[in-house]
Design a protein around this ligand. Structure first.
Ligand code: IFM
Length: 498
């Protein structure tokens, strides 16, 4: 890996009066943007696609703000060629997209629908034709509803079905897609989907959430096996985790224990089985009253789950500030403070007493605090604990209340500052030895933000959902210049234009 200069050297320059230097990234560093199928594709009932759990959930009154659904979303299914041209104009080197399982295998089992696969084949061809590297995620939360009807992620068979689907997609795209990610943020699938119920399928059962977590781990491991059987040797396999950078509110034993617990059920529930082949003993103890782990984890499961991967995807937005809610009067309202949406049910099985706090300072439109040191800390943690495993920032970005000016422009300096700060953190991690291979902005364009519908805009490109017109925001032009030059300007305001 090419060495990059440490920020401390640069701040020393500043201290001696010399101009601060822009931050140069290593040659070959991947600059991309990310999306997910249900959030942008639309065409919900076209070409054989059947409902996923998110179709059902979004069509259930009261589940999604304003009754929004992904039926049309950003209509990317029909506009992908223009969207790829847009990416090319923004100098993106890579594009991370997800495949809709129910477009490819409408019942979640059996033979593939060719029209569904053709959409992704054409998308990949279009990307490659413009020199953009495709990065495919197999599962970004949209389980075929038919599989949910027979138990969803709470049953083992879903892991088997996922491996079959992975083999189909690997066989269809593997010759042209160099990076495959099995699951995106399985924590959300398990604990928001089956624990707090703020995501599809909207169940609120801690036992089901823990079972789902194990079956998602198993699905990942089996899918890696299925992909390896179809992919060329050079193709890379990975999983993307939304790792929580957990900070205790104080150094009291109770708050430190709260942080340990959330690390167990927020991070190590995936990291440890996938990367080390075991479940953390403290997680098993914290949740022993909720699930029978011995019955759940069968012989051979951990060996399958820990099949080697080539890369770990890290999604990071905001740090997680916790305390023992029994010892702090404020902050015990889990539903409002853990940043994952309002529910009377906790997405933290076995640790329901932990309270979540908003750090003082700036927040985004999601009410997530802005703190780039969390990204640095996470990348350094993985680098320390798994020095042989490269990472990729597969999502990072911010929602702000963007609006289109009468002149037809979207000026979003806060997003530029947010991304600037986080890219500086990535650069610092590189300088300190972390093997970070790339950065994907979330998101390429405004989209369906799950339970918040279209009310939150994460895109670098503004989407006018009434006309489907795309308008690159100022941050898109700024990011394009960074991607083109492989250099982060020293201050965010000095944004280049593409
Ligand atoms: O929009 C989501 C994405 O689907 C998964 N990661 C977090 C993003 C912002 O909430």
């Amino acid at each position: 890996m090419t060495a990059v200069r440490s920020e401390s050297a640069e701040s020393a320059e500043t201290a001696t009066g010399a101009a601060p230097a822009p931050l140069r990234f290593p040659p070959g560093f991947i600059w991309g943007a990310a999306t997910a199928a249900y959030q942008i594709e639309g065409a919900a009932a076209e070409d054989g696609r059947t409902p996923s759990i998110w179709d059902t959930f979004s069509h259930t009154p009261g589940r999604v703000l304003n009754g929004d659904t992904g039926d049309i979303a950003a209509d990317h299914y029909h506009r992908f060629r223009d969207d790829v041209a847009l990416m090319s104009g923004l100098h993106l080197g890579a594009y991370r997209f997800s495949v809709s399982w129910s477009r490819v295998q409408p019942t979640g089992r059996g033979p593939a629908v060719q029209r569904g696969l053709d959409f992704y084949r054409q998308l990949v061809d279009e990307l490659l034709g413009r020199g953009i590297t495709p990065v495919a995620t197999l599962y970004h939360w949209d389980l075929p509803q038919e599989l949910e009807n027979v138990g969803g992620w709470t049953v083992r068979d879903t892991a088997e079905r996922f491996a079959e689907y992975a083999g189909i997609v690997g066989g269809a795209l593997g010759d042209r897609v160099p990076y495959f990610t099995t699951l995106n943020e399985p924590w959300c699938s398990a604990f928001l989907g089956y624990g707090s119920g703020v995501h599809a399928p909207g169940r609120t059962d801690p036992e089901a959430a823990l079972k789902a977590a194990h079956h998602l781990n198993l699905a990942h491991g089996r899918a890696v096996g299925a992909l390896r059987a179809t992919l060329p040797a050079a193709a890379q396999t990975s999983i993307t985790l939304n790792l929580h950078q957990i900070r205790p509110l104080s150094a009291t034993p109770a708050d430190l224990d709260a942080a340990r617990r959330i690390d167990a059920v927020g991070n190590r529930v995936f990291l440890d089985p996938i990367l080390s082949g075991n479940y953390p003993a403290d997680l098993l103890a914290d949740t022993a009253h909720l699930v029978d782990w011995e019955a759940l984890v069968r012989d051979g499961d951990l060996a399958e789950i820990s099949r080697p991967i080539d890369l770990l995807g890290v999604n990071y937005y905001t740090p997680t500030l916790v305390s023992d809610g029994r010892t702090h009067a404020e902050g015990t309202d889990l539903a409002r403070n853990d940043g994952h949406g309002a529910s009377a049910y906790s997405p933290w099985p076995g640790s329901e007493h932990v309270a979540f706090h908003l750090a003082p300072g700036e927040t985004t439109a999601m009410r997530w605090s802005v703190d780039a040191t969390g990204l640095y800390d996470l990348l350094m943690r993985i680098s320390r604990e798994h020095p042989e495993l490269p990472t990729m920032v597969t999502e990072n970005g911010a929602a702000y209340d963007d609006y289109l000016s009468p002149e037809g422009a979207v000026n979003d300096p806060q997003r530029i500052a947010y991304v600037h700060g986080h890219l500086a953190a990535v650069h610092r991690a590189l300088a300190d030895g972390a093997d970070v291979r790339g950065y994907f902005l979330w998101s390429l364009m405004d989209n369906f933000e799950w339970a918040y519908g279209y009310s939150k805009r994460f895109g670098a490109v503004y989407v006018d959902f009434s006309t489907q017109r795309r308008i690159p925001k100022r941050s898109a032009h700024w990011y394009a210049a960074v991607a083109r030059d492989n250099v982060l300007p020293d201050v965010p305001e000095e944004a280049g234009t593409s």
